[in-house]
Design a binder for this molecule. Sequence first.
Ligand code: NG1
Length: 446
Amino acid sequence: MNLDELKQAFVARYPGAGEPFVCRVPGRVNLMGEHLDYNGLPVLPMAIDRAIYLAFAPNRDGEFRLANQNPAYPDVSFENSADIAPSPGGAWENYAKAAVQGLNQSLSVEEYPGLDVLLDSDLPDSAGLSSSSALVVGFGMAYLAALGFTLGEDIPRLKLAGILAGAEHYVGTAGGGMDQTAILMGEAGSAIRINFIPFQVDPVPLPDGVAVIVCDSLVKATKTGDAQQRYNAGPASCSLIAALINAHLQAEFGNEFEIECLGELWYGSLCFNRTEVKQLLDTVLPEARIAPDKIARRLNMPVAQVREYWLDSMPDEPEGLPLQARARHVFNEYYRVMEGRDALLAGDVTTFGRFMNASQQSCADDYGISTPELDALCAALRDAGCLGARLTGAGFGGAVVALAPAKEVDRVLREIKESYYRKVVKWEGAIPAFCTTAGAAARYNS
Ligand code: NG1
């Protein structure tokens, strides 16, 4: 990306706005730990070397004017205020509105500056690489500068990640904090392990000689469309499992113990170990599927209330809800993060690759977030010699991440061109797959 060209394009588009600032905000790929973050459980992502770039200058008229070098995203403006109404679902300005509204509330902003922004990107969108959170973080960083705050001094990066994770709920997804944290805390050369209870990050250097390959399945996972409801079914299922656990704990121990998210089984005051959590889950979810009326009886609430609180954000499950499998994924995926981190730290990429394959199986069978194309792409990558391959991010389409010996990458890419792109999705063009290093965190450029 040529930042001078972006700045010149900014000056041409907003004459009179003054010399722009620029920030670079990477996407992320998650190596291990899918749909764990909103449960308060650790994840193992890394920032990648593809990014979005914002050229911006604050203005005093309180207006946000947004333009994008990609003509698919129309110019748009909105007024900054205490209560910014969202645009219809799918509008790209909603990611700016999310960041601005979130920062206005968290920082108790009382005067509302505006921004002129021109955006460019080499990060594919709707591909599970967090282009949406990159937008939220990018607009958040630009707005912080307009408010006169210095990132890392007035506002620690981790704090901003937490604010923007909550702020992104504005667009209608009930996500956790993995993406914003990976983008703001990533380290060149390292994946990071993000702990949510307590919120902290530590680097997990990637062993030498191994390459991270990212392949777009070419199935769009547009999180503002159908995939949004399918995504939100994950947090809703886990919150329902937590409610069933609470009902059980209350019957056993009285009101003393209550969890807000599944991660508190390990990290909250209960401090359960592996065996204890497993036993608890087996006791609370003995059946593969559970019907809404049975849930209502266990929670001692009307079934209509169960529907309103949890089931409305899930697809219909005439056979009952597969909560046992959802819990099994969370439990096993958590241990794959912990043991996968140990394997990476020991330089054991073979074991890590095996965990990646097991994670894909679990995402498909137990969490229901894979697609036939994602399964086929993972299989093609493994057949081509990768050590492991799995979907990355929300699922329902988007990208797959694979680890391969660095010297095998060219051959892997040649083989999947035939075995997946030509054969499965009938794609004849250049293949949307690339190798990425673990990139640096989002930053301002002078
Ligand atoms: P992507 O794939 O970037 O939409 C989503 C959530 C994450 C996490 C993953 C699944 C948002 C912004 N992101 O990521 O918090 O839950 O799915 O691990 O909702």
